[in-house]
Design a protein around this ligand. Sequence first.
Ligand code: FMN
Length: 336
Amino acid sequence: MNSFWLKFKKPIFALAPMAGITDSAFREICRRYGADATYSEMASVSALFFKPQKTLELVKFNDSERPYVVQLFGKDPAHFAKAAKIISSLPRHVETHRDASLQTRPDGIDINFGCPAKKVFGHGSGCALMPQKELARDIISAVCENTDLPVSIKIRAGLKDTTALEFIENTKDLPYSAVMIHCRTYEGGFSGPVDFGICEEVKKIIPEKIVLGNGGINSPGDAVKILQNYPTLDGLGIARGAWGRPFIFDEIKNLLSRSRDALQCVSTDEYDFNKIKKNMLEHAELIYRNKGRLGLFEIRKHMSWYVKGFPGASELRRKLVLAESLEEIKNILNCA
Ligand SMILES: Cc1cc2nc3c(=O)[nH]c(=O)nc-3n(C[C@H](O)[C@H](O)[C@H](O)COP(=O)(O)O)c2cc1C
């Protein structure tokens, strides 16, 4: 299997897909600060089937986000097949790679089997596919047969009577190369108990594929503890833990590089405000480069997350969300 997933030094730390959050700027900033791989926001295969150009806009990226995986959701294998074909036929390389409007081939395609959101699940996509044995196989096959890019899947720990173990047993012979498991069940939503033990069980079924655990990793200490307790994990997917803290990936790697004894006495939640301000500015510049003034609206939620824990955070947050230009953001941060 010639897949970038199999070439990483382990453990692998991936920025998990998040609709409305993991846009090009956020992916780039996370890669800059240690994420090993990034995922797009989920893109609809039916939208790609009917309106490819508009949907390709959503998943456009820069070379600096690589290895970069486009995540697809839907329920129709024919739409998955066409979407995989469209993505795989994008040009491999273009000259001026700094321009995010250029569309090149990503490094992989991921299939969403984990989303519980009403507008996805209610249409029979995302996590609703986990118990549908034949359909789930047809979808994975449709993608694998229509791309030469590495294919990965994202699943939940379970849904009703179907567990991740059953899902993997049912699909283990298909040639996907990685799985990210959100270790909460569908019923557990986004705050229920997280069971990383299921990843170790899954790894026993598919030892040749990459298994990443995801869910509730909000600090470098969380990540290190999980890797110590579940040593057969190939890596972790981090989602909300990167909100306002894209440098969490570097922090985890730094913490892991310390000796066991040093790990016992280190506080993993120390904030370096100057580092965060530098990060905020870089992020604002990237989003402005990609989206212009519209980006300044989108950066507001990130700014609110970044300033959590800052001295005078609420006043700073108030000023930042009112900022109407990059210059204004710079001035506010310089004075903070
Ligand atoms: C705002 C938001 C959007 C998300 N969008 C997606 C998505 O597009 N595709 C997907 O597979 N998971 C999506 N997820 C799930 C995350 O990838 C991740 O599995 C989940 O948040 C658990 O990880 P965490 O506890 O580290 O946040 C989303 C989560 C959030 C909070």
